[in-house]
Design a protein around this ligand. Structure first.
Ligand SMILES: Nc1ncnc2c1ncn2[C@@H]1O[C@H](COP(=O)(O)OP(=O)(O)O)[C@@H](O)[C@H]1O
Ligand SMILES: [Mg+2]
Length: 394
């Protein structure tokens, strides 16, 4: 099938379970890579009852089948409405939708179940609800195909990162800070097989949990609570000894590692040394910054030389809601600039921080529509390139 230009809406809702990001992108075939133009993007919050249902389904050791079936359908409605709201504000005719869905469970390593050993993943959100209501085909369920090709099913954003940001003279790191923080590193003039991508660790997840428990807020707006606290060095270094941070990439994380239970333990460790709630929040913020900087130093920096073996300057481009946390950004700057990184937010490169991941799923949908692979095997650990997901027709 020869590729054609299409207008595609990408829909993303991440592990923060804060809401839905929609990006409408015009995608056209190019000489070496597809060309993308962001036409519109909008974010909408999940209603409180839906957010609670998502968090319950993600965290609960047991939930009912009826509950999950309803949640799957309800998410389909929420995604549909998010696209409709976007089109009300920006009347654009869509050709295709790419919907990531809400990850309710992600187990990248094989484990025994009912007599077989396998890895698995589940992104909920009934694609047929979206396709039938909008009258547009939907690509969804992107992750299993990469897993069956031997990958971890994540991260899948690296294709977009490569297509938009790979540079002949500058190294590029795309750091997304959602619930979980992940990076894609592209050395100067690199081919896709030299891309490095992995989850660095918690992004906003522990910060959000502490903001909720200590201050009754859903998140630490602009990092202003953490700004009034001091990092508790002993609690921070104890947290950094978590074996996750020693795992070699590819590695992925989710609420399974850094969810409620983790946050509760982290908080009680902080309380051993300080009773000031702002200190705990500052320490959680430092945990995100420190694990990002350590990941970069350990796994990325040694590989950021260009093909001619010169160490090049690196643009360290941050996206995701964490980019709005000023305390976190200051901590990152302090740790990364000494390693020759120039910190920026993705807005400065033409892609607003809320739109990047959603735009990635628009591109992946476009790839799948044209029977083209969407994973970057170097990023997921897959043995081969794979066409991702399935098409649901209207
Ligand atoms: N103004 C802000 N100040 C601090 N943190 C923010 C701000 N806006 C968003 N965030 C953080 O970003 C998170 C949402 O980020 P997002 O990129 O949508 O993550 P996910 O992909 O996990 O849904 C929120 O839960 C919050 O912690
Ligand atoms: Mg979000």
């Amino acid at each position: 099938m020869s590729a054609k230009a299409m207008t595609v809406a990408g829909i993303m809702s991440g592990t923060s379970a804060d809401g839905i990001d929609v990006a409408v992108v015009r995608i056209a075939p190019g000489k070496t890579r597809p060309r993308l133009k962001l036409l519109a993007h909008e974010s909408c919050k999940f209603p409180a009852a839906l957010r609670r249902a998502i968090l319950t389904a993600m965290n609960a050791a047991s939930t009912s089948t009826a509950e999950l079936a309803r949640l799957n359908w309800r998410l389909g409605l929420a995604y549909t409405e998010a696209v409709q709201a976007t089109l009300m504000l920006h009347p654009i005719k869509l050709d295709l939708v790419g919907c990531h869905g809400q990850t309710l469970f992600h187990q990248p390593r094989a484990a025994n179940y009912a007599g077989r050993k396998f890895s698995c993943t589940w992104q909920a959100g009934e694609a047929q609800v979206i396709a039938s209501t909008l009258g547009i085909p939907v690509v969804s369920n992107f992750r299993p195909s990469d897993m069956l090709a031997g990958g971890q099913g994540a991260p899948l954003v690296p294709l977009l990162d490569y297509v938009l940001f790979a540079h002949s003279k500058r190294g590029r790191v795309l750091q997304n800070i959602g619930g979980i923080a992940n990076l894609t590193a592209i050395p100067a003039a690199a081919t896709p097989d030299a891309v490095i991508a992995f989850d660095t660790g918690p992004g906003n997840m522990v910060i959000d949990a502490l903001a909720h428990q200590l201050f009754g807020k859903t998140f630490d707006r602009n990092g202003s609570l953490a700004a009034n606290g001091k990092i508790i060095a002993t609690a921070l270094s104890a947290a950094l000894r978590n074996p996750y941070f020693q795992l070699k990439p590819p590695r992925t994380a989710g609420r399974e590692q850094f969810g409620r239970e983790y946050a509760a333990k982290f908080l009680s460790s902080c309380r051993r040394y300080s009773n000031k709630p702002e200190d705990a929040l500052a320490t959680a913020t430092a945990l995100t910054a420190e694990t990002i900087a350590q990941s970069y130093k350990q796994f990325v920096l040694p590989k950021m030389k260009s093909s001619s073996n010169k160490i090049t300057g690196v643009d360290y481009i941050v996206s995701g809601g964490g980019a709005r946390n000023r305390t976190l950004m200051a901590m990152l700057t302090e740790r990364l600039e000494p390693m020759n990184c120039l910190l920026a937010i993705s807005d400065a490169f033409g892609l607003p921080i809320e739109a990047k991941e959603a735009a990635a799923f628009a591109l992946l949908a476009w790839q799948t529509w044209h029977h083209q692979p969407g994973n970057v095997p170097a990023a997921t650990g897959a043995a081969r390139a794979a066409i991702l997901g399935q098409v649901t027709y209207a």
